[in-house]
Design a protein around this ligand. Structure first.
Ligand code: ATP
Length: 388
């Protein structure tokens, strides 16, 4: 007689922090699989992806223990113990050795399924585990055409109502002293007790709340976080990057009078091209407002705000970082954003070259003037990098 095989769900993530979207996915997947156990595996985040106030491995382990309640769940340090960025395939190979007779089910959200075929050894992953995926957003349709029919049989798609929440949204909400939704009370208590995700910028956020709409505030938070990550990676000051990213759009919602008041105070003269394109006013008025109001005195940060839209030749490291972060922050979803994110992983200059070319092409196609600073930025990148 055949013995029933043990079924183990494997759910990995950064869990920074774990939220109710994670918990729902893990529970629904466990039920559908008929899992005997679900391993919750916080990933090891490379130091350059963990700037400032992001929670460390131990803290994420503890939050997972609090979030995933019940005997079914076991929080595993298998990836943290490896101490470096882990590939899923390595984790699954290791688990296959620990549980040779078990059936493994790898649980993921739809965003992961979409990029899955770019993962390291994804085909082997599918031989080691059945994929158990669920939608993260309303109306998501999984495109399984990239898989062979045999592989498709190894994918279970859970038809569950998505809970549209991400850890990034929660961190942003906590940082601005808001009340985050979709967190278990125990995890929220832990975050508060340990002062996680508070970056000490609440005074600046007060200013943003007076000047910007909700979407723009969210975008500013995303740019802030992304700029801090890039700063860690490329050797700039992450705290300055975080602040510059947060405040870069401070005048974005101002009316013309608001812009001109501060542009005049700055002593800068608008050129005819500046006049013709209101979208560039806020970079000048923003830097001027922050300086004139005494909110920011640091010249490097002011420079990053001043040039974040057009770019320019000879940008400083911080200016490059904020310029790129504005293109690739987590809220961005224009068609080429994935390409720019991948370029920024390797080189800021390659990302700037791509985006300045993209901007120039877009303006030309719309019959609009191109700001000379953008042209100079493009020329600078192409001449100095010889990346043409
Ligand atoms: P961040 O915002 O920091 O990128 P996240 O909310 O996407 O975090 P992760 O820890 O990166 O969370 O995700 C771990 C796994 O959980 C991934 O497979 C992801 O697709 C899935 N997941 C995250 N949020 C949800 C959700 N709301 N619904 C379903 N699956 C989710």
């Amino acid at each position: 007689m055949n013995e029933k095989k043990t079924k183990i769900g494997i759910f990995g993530g950064t869990f920074n922090p774990p939220h109710l979207g994670h918990v729902r996915l893990a529970n629904e997947a466990a039920e559908r699989i008929g899992a005997d156990k679900v391993l919750i595996i916080p990933s090891c985040i490379p130091p350059h992806k963990m700037p400032g106030k992001l929670a460390g491995g131990e803290e994420r382990m503890e939050m997972c223990r609090l979030a995933f309640e019940g005997e079914l769940f076991e929080v595993s340090s298998i990836e943290l113990d490896r101490g470096d960025k882990s590939y899923t395939v390595e984790t699954l190979r290791e688990l296959k050795k620990i549980y040779p007779d078990a059936e493994l089910y790898f649980i993921i959200g739809s965003d992961m399924l979409e990029t899955f075929t770019r993962w390291y050894c994804w085909e082997e992953i599918m031989t080691l585990a059945t994929i158990c995926a669920a939608s993260r957003e309303e109306g998501f349709k999984a495109d399984l055409s990239v898989f062979t029919s045999e592989q498709r049989e190894r994918i279970i798609f859970l038809d569950i109502e998505p809970l549209e929440v991400s850890s990034t949204q929660i961190r942003v909400e906590i940082a601005k002293n808001g009340t985050p939704e979709f967190l278990s009370p125990a995890v929220l208590g832990y975050i508060e007790e340990n002062g996680l995700y508070d970056d000490g910028l609440s005074e600046y956020r007060k200013i943003l709340r007076e000047k910007l709409d909700d979407y723009r505030i969210y975008h500013s938070e995303c740019v802030s976080e992304c700029a801090a990550v890039l700063a860690e990676k490329y050797g700039a000051d992450p705290e300055k990057a975080r602040l510059a990213g947060l405040m870069h759009d401070v005048m974005k919602n101002a009316d013309s009078d608001g812009h001109f008041e501060y542009i005049e105070k700055s002593g800068e003269r608008l050129t005819p091209v500046d006049f013709s394109n209101p979208k560039v006013w806020h970079q000048i008025s923003g830097a001027a407002y922050l300086k004139e109001s005494g909110i920011i005195t640091d010249g490097e940060i002011l420079g990053a705000v001043r040039w974040h839209t057009t770019g320019k030749a000879d940008m400083s490291l911080l200016e490059k970082i904020v310029y790129v972060a504005d293109f690739i922050s987590a809220d961005r979803d224009y068609p080429d954003v994935g390409v720019v994110r991948r370029l920024a992983e390797k080189s800021l200059e390659d990302a700037i070259l791509y985006t300045s070319r993209y901007t120039v092409n877009k303006l030309v196609s719309k019959n609009l003037p191109i700001h000379p600073a953008t042209v100079e930025c493009y020329n600078d990148m192409i001449i100095n990098s010889e990346r043409g």
